[in-house]
Design a protein around this ligand. Structure first.
Ligand code: F6P
Length: 507
């Protein structure tokens, strides 16, 4: 079991009254369970907590040493102990230059801003292709999509999948002479990214484009990028103390800068910085990332609800669930504690989701009446992001109605029409989908994930679980190239044999 697991908390949580009763007995519930922080209104009142459970959660936060760990994170201690690395993405958005990391971050950001300005001013460029995967794709992609209204630069496409169809879908219609390719890869070794980048290079060179003028690398290994053919002035550097999934505020956000310009990017960073300060300075019970994390921990580790549905009602936030899948699941989907002991309680929930209201007409049936309890996180904005107040009001009406229905339930005329209720959900309402509010939201999730990891007592900052598949893929690719199945891969050997025969008909 995670060593922080509290039996007292588990007992209190098991005995908590249904949400209907909690609301009847405490009409001021909304006051202590709602927060207004950095342009985000967070309403946690329909989570399954009473003052005792909430108090026990806050004690757990203290007992788990969150204050000390937060301090270590901000000051650059190597808290990613399995890789002996600091975890200091907060230094990327701090305006100070009082330490080396902040200074390095500032210098790399300035280089990126300068290059982004040149590209945005070049009227011959109308297309950018960001080639990257995981943290080198999901963050910037989600942000560019969310800040659609602020995009006034070249059209930015994101290519991540090694399926050639992904790159084809962009280059089939793009003009290589008017395109900049941004190869985003922390390691500059990732198979998908390097293969796609090589294909993009081939596409440009065969059209007679001076590749090195049209390619930018974003990486922590400029040496590899230069060796690969990127010119030094086009290498934007970030650092091993920035984890891939925590890197959107680094130069991995270069594609965002190209799309929205440096001033709006600065506002995005400022929103993150404001949330960083709130996280570092606020008492636990008024600290938005901490309370958010404690409630996710309660649902996943204590109630053992296996999943969380993240439902952005703002259509422009459609990629938020995908971004959060990596942030949460790659960070906390661990089976051993930070000291290497087996955990016996749930760690990361499965994060999934789709935009509302579409999801209401797809899977909300199960969320309301199915046998599994699925905590839901509803997210939207007060200001309409489209051009019509009336339909925006209908959007918010739907969001609020769903949260009410999940919590309150209702008795139908037959059991088929019964809604059990007592199903937890949170609502996050941003003032608007501006760079600043979005930055605050992203930083809130980053900190929540770190706190969840500290409560679970896992290392949220490594990801060894992706390595085995990567290694085997290399071997398997060799088998395909040689046309001989690898007999040591005993469980997939027959499938490979079948595939090698069958592909002869299609290649
Ligand atoms: O597959 C895991 C991973 O290492 C992620 O953590 C990372 O965001 C992604 O691959 C891409 O890595 P890179 O930026 O080095 O290409």
């Amino acid at each position: 079991m995670p060593s922080n697991f509290s039996v007292e908390l588990a007992n209190l949580a098991a005995a908590v009254a249904p949400l209907r009763e909690l609301f009847e007995h405490d009409t001021r519930r909304h006051e202590w369970l709602a927060f207004d922080v950095c342009g985000i209104h967070a309403d946690f009142s329909r989570q399954r907590v009473d003052p005792d459970v909430f108090g026990a959660l806050m004690s757990l936060v203290s007992d788990a040493g969150v204050a000390h760990k937060r301090e270590q994170m901000f000051s650059g201690v190597a808290i990613n102990s399995t890789e002996n690395r600091a975890v200091q993405h907060v230094a990327l958005r701090s305006s100070g230059s009082d330490d080396t990391k902040k200074d390095l971050a500032r210098r790399s950001r300035e280089a990126a801003i300068e290059l982004a300005r040149q590209i945005r001013e070049n009227t011959e460029i109308d297309t950018v292709i960001n080639i990257g995967i995981g943290g080198s794709d999901l963050g910037p992609q989600m942000v560019v999509r969310a800040l659609r209204k602020f995009c006034n630069g070249p059209t930015v496409h994101f290519v991540s999948n090694i399926d050639p169809a992904d790159l084809d879908s962009v280059i089939d219609t793009a003009d290589p002479h008017r395109t900049i390719v941004v190869v985003s890869s922390k390691t500059f070794t990732t198979l998908e990214t390097m293969e796609n980048a090589a294909r993009a290079r081939e596409w440009m060179m065969s059209a007679g484009v001076e590749w090195s003028e049209h390619c930018v690398a974003v990486t922590s290994s400029c040496e590899r990028a230069v060796e690969w053919g990127v010119k030094k002035e086009h290498c934007l550097e970030f650092f091993d103390w920035v984890g891939g999934r925590f890197s959107v505020s680094s130069v991995i956000g270069f594609a965002v800068m190209l799309a929205i310009g440096d001033e709006h990017f600065a506002e995005f960073l400022d929103g993150m910085h404001q949330m960083d300060r709130h996280f570092s300075d606020s008492p636990w019970e008024r600290n938005l990332p901490v309370v958010h994390a404690a409630l996710w921990y309660l649902n996943a580790a204590v109630h053992q609800y296996p999943t969380v549905a993240v439902i952005p009602y703002s259509h422009d936030l459609a990629r938020l669930p995908a971004f959060l899948q990596q942030l949460v699941m790659e960070s906390n989907g661990k089976g051993v504690t930070i000291d290497g002991q087996k955990v016996t309680h749930a760690t990361s929930p499965v994060v999934w989701g789709e935009s509302g209201t579409n999801s209401q007409h797809a899977f909300f049936q199960m969320i309301h009446q199915g046998t599994q309890v699925v905590p839901v996180e509803f997210i939207s904005t007060v200001r309409p992001m489209g051009h019509d107040q009336h339909t925006h009001d209908l959007l918010i009406a739907n969001l609020i109605a769903q949260s009410e229905a999940l919590a309150a339930g209702s008795q139908g005329v037959s059991s088929h029409q019964d809604f059990p209720g007592n199903r937890p959900s949170s609502v996050l309402l941003l003032d608007e989908l501006s760079p600043r509010c979005l930055g605050a939201l992203v930083a809130m999730y980053e900190h929540s994930v770190a706190v969840q990891g500290w409560l679970l007592n896992v290392n949220s900052f490594d990801q060894f679980g992706v390595e085995l598949g990567k290694d085997l893929a290399k071997k398997t690719a060799q088998s395909i190239a040689q046309g001989t199945p690898d007999e040591s891969q005993t469980m997939t050997h027959p499938l490979m044999k079948w595939f090698l025969e069958r592909r002869k008909n299609f290649s």
